[in-house]
Design a protein around this ligand. Sequence first.
Ligand SMILES: Nc1ncnc2c1ncn2[C@@H]1O[C@H](COP(=O)(O)OP(=O)(O)O)[C@@H](O)[C@H]1O
Ligand SMILES: [Mg+2]
Length: 423
Amino acid sequence: MKILVIGSGGREHALVWKLRQSPRVSKVYCAPGNGGIAAEAECRPVDVKSLESLVAVANQIRPDLTVVGPELPLKLGVVDEFTRRGWRTFGPTKAAAQLEISKSFAKEFLQRHHISTAHYAICNSMDDVRPALQHFHPPVVVKADGLAAGKGVVIAKTKDEAATVASEMLSGKMLGEAGARVVLEEFLSGDELSFLVVSDGERVAPLVAAQDHKRVGDGDTGPNTGGMGAYTTRTIVDDKMRDWLVTHIARPVVAGMKAEGAEYKGVLYCGLMMTARGPIVLEFNCRFGDPETQPILMRMESDLVEALEASIDGRTSDGDFRWSDDAAVTVVMASGGYPGAYEAGKKISGLEDAAKLEGVEVFHAGTTAREGAFYTSGGRVLGVTARAVELQTAVQRAYDACGKISFEGAHYRRDIAARALKR
Ligand SMILES: Nc1ncnc2c1ncn2[C@@H]1O[C@H](COP(=O)(O)OP(=O)(O)O)[C@@H](O)[C@H]1O
Ligand SMILES: [Mg+2]
């Protein structure tokens, strides 16, 4: 069968890499893809912000299955449109993707269905913000309602700062449309966990859990990014916790969406804070996470195509995935200046040496290929990924590989999975 993957990041490279391993797959296309993906899939240019452009590409390729990586095409209704045309597509409809597209929708949904989430207030103007702030203790988390590519959340140290941030969001100056409504949220502390399941609208099949590292600097310092690295191990959550998360979060969400007439099919990514009062939902994503997908797929032993088809056909089951007990870790190498302004077009060297290391896969994110060489073309450039029986070895392998790769201005965190290693 022919598969089309939509997107251009490290997540899509990992999806292409994994889908190609399925004996049922004869060819993988990626639109638009990137320099590294082009070595494994046929890439087609596309504007992922245009439904017309996505339809045109799929119409040329006529894939037997389409997998949507990023959130924007989901918001455009790519799954609705492709499905209407009879093209099998994995992912949620636009209505179901509201769980990610609107944080206020997600918060009210969680409250309606008694699923644990941080205390919050939804504000449409500063007239809502000022009185609402009286019910919060600083720090206060201020979130833009809409999609903001990881730039829509500010943790304000004081109520004054929270009011200033909310005002900038609401005025449209900071994030445009995405900030037209804001959610104020209680600050929670604990370890973050990314818990992903695949659903067919009714049942769920959990993936192994992972932890992302959001901040740009070591020790969780500096501004938030799209994610600077992630890891997964067989002990990151035990069986009891996994069952709890399925019973108290994933299944109730899927059941709630069905009851509300917006059946949820696809990956449901639950962003959780593991607090002293238990796991609490921070947000949902309606797709595979980036960079969590890279280490998660390194551990997947079953055929991903089968699980995606089971979701589309309404026959997801708990046992759709089989996993290696190995640990896997991804270290993101980023362009100088990221998550702020950065320069592109820097030549990348050492990729071949890095890929030769045992257990290592280098997934490309922001790269282009030109005359046999790779150049940077984005903020997050590479997801250097390694697996091994022990987490410590996987971490060592990933950093050995990073040490072989260089490009001007490259930076990466040195402490991915460090807290797990200390435990
Ligand atoms: N209530 C909260 N308490 C503490 N930290 C939070 C809270 N909500 C979000 N964060 C932090 O901000 C990050 C981004 O928030 P999230 O809701 O996941 O939005 P997005 O991924 O859309 O930017 C989280 O990964 C977490 O580190
Ligand atoms: Mg998030």
